[in-house]
Design a protein around this ligand. Structure first.
Ligand code: FE2
Length: 185
């Protein structure tokens, strides 16, 4: 998601600077960014509804996800603003590309900080407290959410790469970090 927000911010900046943008291209940009916003929203929803409760149940007072939850609440309106800017781009409203570039740049900055915070806060707790069975439930929920957004029927060309997190300390009882959560891609 960081790579996409950065490259689409750059693209929108080029459009704002005068690079031609045919209606078909504007629609393709809007469609892709719509999927990206859906993906970010579902990613955070799975964290709020599945991962945080798992961490809290496993680690108790050793983990505090309140700031991360607050970040999610801050990010949702930003996604709505990006969807609105995309609609303006498709409608060929003046300044739409510039506004979109600005909003994507801001989203990228906030997401970058948020994901760095998550890696610092969440990964050590997962490695220390969460069992493989618990993690598999989180992973399954994340896979469902990703599949719902990036299904072939919604996007034929939405290849998505994700990074892996730190290795578990004990491969027999601790999960290896998996794609879809805590990704900096
Ligand atoms: Fe998050």
């Amino acid at each position: 998601m960081l790579a996409d927000t950065a490259r689409f911010a750059a693209l929108a900046g080029e459009l704002a600077a005068g690079t031609p943008c045919a209606p078909r291209r504007a629609r393709a940009v809007a469609d892709y960014l719509g999927l990206l916003c859906d993906s970010i929203h579902h990613h955070h929803r799975i964290e709020d509804e599945v991962l945080w409760p798992t961490l809290t149940a496993a680690a108790g007072d050793a983990v505090d996800v309140r700031e991360l939850t607050d970040d999610h609440a801050q990010l949702d309106p930003m996604l709505a603003e990006i969807r609105a800017a995309c609609a303006d781009l498709v409608a060929r409203r003046p300044d739409a590309a510039g506004v979109l570039a600005e909003r994507l740049t801001r989203l990228h900055t906030v997401l970058d900080e948020h994901i760095a915070d998550e890696e610092r806060t969440v990964f050590p707790i997962v490695a220390a407290y969460v069992t493989t069975a618990q993690w598999e439930k989180v992973e399954a929920a994340a896979r469902c959410a990703v599949a719902a957004v990036w299904s072939p029927s919604r996007s034929a060309s939405s290849a998505r790469t994700v990074s892996t997190g730190p290795k578990a300390t004990d491969p027999e009882s601790r999960p290896a970090m998996v794609p879809a959560l805590g990704s900096r891609s």
